[in-house]
Ligand binder design. Structure first.
Ligand code: ZN
Length: 106
């Protein structure tokens, strides 16, 4: 486990839960109930995809908490700043590795 206190971890889990609820609501809004006579537009598709990616990230964060890997960078293993986790509770890389990752994928 990273250098997070139990209190910090509980707070981050609450942030994750809040994020999960709003992502689920947005995903449901984006998916039309009457899909027969209402083809989803490209915009809706992109939005659903975004919410699904976010939900997968949240799920992965919960798994890392269970495995005591949460708050550790998946690339270099260093501790991710609490401030960074507060801003982005699903963060799985430290700021430096995230920057490198984005450079490699753009
Ligand atoms: Zn790192």
């Amino acid at each position: 486990m990273a250098d997070l206190t139990e209190r910090q971890l509980i707070h981050l889990q609450e942030l994750l839960d809040t994020q999960e609820i709003s992502a689920r609501i947005r995903a449901r809004v984006a998916i039309p109930e009457e899909s027969d006579d209402c083809e989803p537009t490209d915009v809706d598709d992109a939005m659903i995809k975004m919410e699904l990616v976010e939900l997968a990230d949240i799920e992965a964060a919960h798994r890392r908490i269970d495995n005591h890997q949460y708050g550790l960078c998946i690339d270099c293993g260093c501790t991710i700043d609490y401030a960074r986790l507060q801003a982005s509770p699903t963060a799985k890389r430290c700021t430096q590795c995230q920057r490198l990752h984005e450079q490699r994928h753009h």
